[in-house]
Ligand binder design. Structure first.
Ligand code: F3S
Length: 383
């Protein structure tokens, strides 16, 4: 891979050991994937920001880097292991909280925005079309590539950290035009209009395409929340990082009918009374919280209910009095975390209701919880 003079100097250790280590990660990746140069990036969304994922090895690495380096570009943090302010309410063990706080502080020291979320585009990390970025978190990557039109590969914790410190990534994969083309065309013959339905579509298509690029024809009701659900589901049953919504003629064509989505609903069917409801995977937008508040106004929930979001969106919800309505109904808005990335000890439940196909996919394996994938209003069981 060709390196500019300054990049060579970093690799030769002239700017210290930490910079050298970061550059080595990027060069190694570039060599593996056949990149011929490094390119500048506009932002980073760093995965591995939950202690549950980073473990001690990741925590030590981030702390080591934070002593000597700062992020060169705008950097946000993916969902963490607990609500940074209210973790004591959620059965988080002390040892876990201590390590999560150390991890968050180390990222902050490097200049990352102190907010853990999987929807960084709702809190100001919003690149422009065709901008190169280095993002982790599969749902956010798929959303960034497909909805925003920015360009990122699937970065892991170390590569996103290295990219942020150096301000560059190797030029391969979805940074390049030739890889941003469709592989299969999906013609949608059934009405898809809710978060649950978009999630079911993504779940079904993700299983078919794996890591390839689906193109959707006749996809309507493309709201931000629906597209975030689609992105998340495509990236969980499959490993999709890019989907397209423009017609490409010479692709294998697959029809999607109502029956296909029914398969997904049956897999995650209604299994009786839940002991936990989780909405906001990926983290809820203010529009979703508004909808939840309008359903719950004046009612009482019959079960524990967590609305997952970021701190800035919760602040908006507080100001709009949605939080008050939700809390009066017995629900809680939880920031910075989610069932999949929080401490295992805090998810001691048997049956979870959600409208998120991504959460339905992961919760049984990661949290050992049975799941029903339902429409939002059916998740919010009231007395
Ligand atoms: Fe976000 Fe956790 Fe879902 S990171 S996409 S809420 S599994």
């Amino acid at each position: 891979m060709f390196l500019e003079k300054e990049e060579e100097k970093i690799l030769d250790g002239e700017y210290g050991e930490v910079m050298e280590k970061c550059m080595k990660i990027l060069v190694k990746l570039g060599d593996i994937y056949g990149a011929d140069k490094l390119i500048d990036i506009k932002s980073v969304h760093s995965p591995g920001a939950s202690y549950r994922v980073s473990g001690d090895a990741g925590l030590n690495f981030v702390e080591e880097v934070s002593k000597k380096a700062k992020f060169k570009c705008f950097t946000t943090l993916n969902t963490g292991g607990m609500d940074l302010e209210n973790w004591k309410e959620h059965n988080i063990p002390e040892y876990f909280a201590e390590k999560q706080l150390r991890l968050t502080r180390a990222y902050e020291k490097m200049g990352a925005i102190s907010c853990h979320t999987c929807t960084p585009y709702f809190i100001g990390n919003l690149p422009l079309e065709n901008e190169d970025i280095a993002w982790g978190e599969s749902s956010a990557i798929c959303f960034a590539n497909s909805v925003i039109g920015a360009r990122t590969n699937r970065e892991g914790g170390p590569s996103a950290l290295a990219a942020g410190v150096i301000g560059k990534v190797p030029d391969y994969g979805y940074h390049r035009d030739e890889n941003r083309k469709g592989d299969f065309l999906f013609k949608i013959n059934t009405e898809v209009k809710t978060v649950r339905e978009f999630g079911a579509l993504g779940y079904y298509v993700g299983k078919i395409v794996g890591r390839k690029v689906p193109v959707f024809e006749n996809l309507k009701n493309t709201t931000l929340d629906n597209l975030k659900a689609l992105s998340a589901a495509l990236a969980s049953s499959g490993a999709v990082s890019l989907f397209l919504m423009k017609k490409e003629e010479d692709l294998e064509r697959i029809e999607i009918d109502e029956e296909d989505l029914k398969e997904v609903y049956e897999k995650f069917g209604d299994k009786g009374k839940p002991d936990i409801v989780c909405i906001g995977c990926p983290h809820a937008s203010i529009f979703e919280i508004k909808e939840i508040a309008s359903i719950l106004k004046g009612k009482k929930l019959d079960t524990e209910c967590y609305i997952l979001t970021s701190k800035p969106i919760k602040s908006l919800s507080d100001r709009m009095k949605y939080t008050e309505i939700i809390e009066k109904a017995g629900g809680k808005i939880v920031c910075d975390t989610c069932p999949i990335l929080t401490a295992k000890e805090s998810m001691n439940y048997d049956l979870l209701y959600t409208n998120s196909a991504k959460l339905a996919h992961y919760a049984p394996g990661v949290c050992d919880i049975d799941v029903s994938l339902l429409e939002l209003k059916d998740c919010l069981v009231v007395k």
